[in-house]
Design a protein around this ligand. Structure first.
Ligand SMILES: [Zn+2]
Length: 329
């Protein structure tokens, strides 16, 4: 636990110290005051929730707001992601109310990121919040730094100033699964390993073959993973594990886009595999980090609007750090 905590504490400082995409610009990555959410029925009682412009933005490599969803069981509703602010949390709750009179009884935050968890404080009383144990520890120790980072990237006056942390009721540990019984339906809340923050949960509805991945999978091609906290190699292994776990006809609700298929994960796996190979070559040639960033340009992945941030500033350095780290056995 101590090790994990230290690692997470370190991650937070890295995230805040990074030159984030909009550090200079005042424009948010997306605007929590204007985003409109909609739901899509995936099966009886199973819904994805995503922004109305997510399909269009995703196709052109733009950045859409948070996706989530909900599953309605006999006992009540499990909500996935509580969104950035009161406005978006209310929209997500209203989309649930439009489908069922049953109460929300569980809410899952797939990570500590504010756009997935800040809405916790606006949930009805009695809703049980589910988080990864590392997410809970991170929020407990770094909430101020986290909201500062979010304000920088999502702007003032978007409801972030008002947010107070809401403690989780159910924690999922590393390499663990917690199964939630909704009466007629069981939902697995799973840790597959480090996927972006070290506190990453996947929500798996086995009966309907639907998985919510949170930010680990941002969205379809041409979007790319954001390795805000490093760990390219572990992330790649986690993606491969998820791919191997999913049945061929599984549907995926990513962190910031419309519903995808299992094969769509390959784009992300291929991207990370290519970085890993090219950075290993650069290291073998004795290049420094700066020289490696200069060399490993991978222009075939430039279609993503945030490429110039996530690729040279996050993902290549993460690979370089991982591959130059002394082996621990
Ligand atoms: Zn997100």
């Amino acid at each position: 636990m101590k090790t994990t905590f230290t690692k997470i504490a370190l991650s937070a400082s890295i995230a805040v110290a990074l030159v984030s995409p909009n550090a200079q610009a005042q424009e948010p990555i997306w605007d929590g005051n204007t985003v409109v959410l909609q739901s899509e029925k995936l099966n009886d009682n199973v819904f994805a929730v995503y922004p109305t412009n997510a399909a269009e933005l995703g196709k052109k490599g733009g950045a859409a707001a948070t996706s989530g969803g909900f599953i309605v069981g006999d006992k009540g509703v499990l909500m996935i992601e509580t969104m950035l602010n009161q406005r978006l949390n209310k929209q997500a709750q209203d989309l649930i109310a439009a489908q069922t009179k049953k109460p929300i009884i569980y809410a899952v935050n797939t990570s500590a990121h504010g756009d997935h968890s800040y809405g916790n404080m606006y949930l009805p009383k009695g809703v049980k919040i589910i988080q990864h144990a590392n997410t809970s520890a991170y929020i407990g120790a770094h909430f101020k730094a986290d909201t500062d980072f979010m304000l920088q990237n999502f702007g003032k006056g978007r409801g972030i100033e008002q947010i107070k942390p809401t403690p989780a009721d159910i924690l999922v540990g590393t390499n663990s699964t917690v199964t939630i019984d909704l009466g007629n339906k069981k939902v697995d809340i799973m840790d597959f390993g480090f996927a972006q923050t070290g506190g990453d949960l996947m929500v798996w509805d086995a009966a309907d073959k639907v998985m919510w991945t949170g930010n680990a999978i941002i969205t379809n091609k041409p979007a790319l993973p954001w390795l805000l906290d490093g760990h390219l190699i572990e992330t790649l292994e986690t993606f491969k594990k998820i791919y191997a776990f999913l049945p061929a006809d599984a549907r995926i609700v990513p962190g910031h886009g419309v519903v995808m298929g299992r094969e769509d994960i390959k784009w992300h796996i291929d991207y990370l595999t290519t970085i890993k190979t090219q950075v290993a070559d650069a290291i073998a040639q004795g290049l420094t980090l700066e020289q490696t960033v200069e060399k490993v340009k991978m222009p075939e992945y430039r279609g993503y609007v945030l490429f110039d941030w996530v690729h040279p500033k996050l993902n290549v350095p993460a690979a370089y750090k991982d591959l130059t780290k002394p082996a621990v056995k």
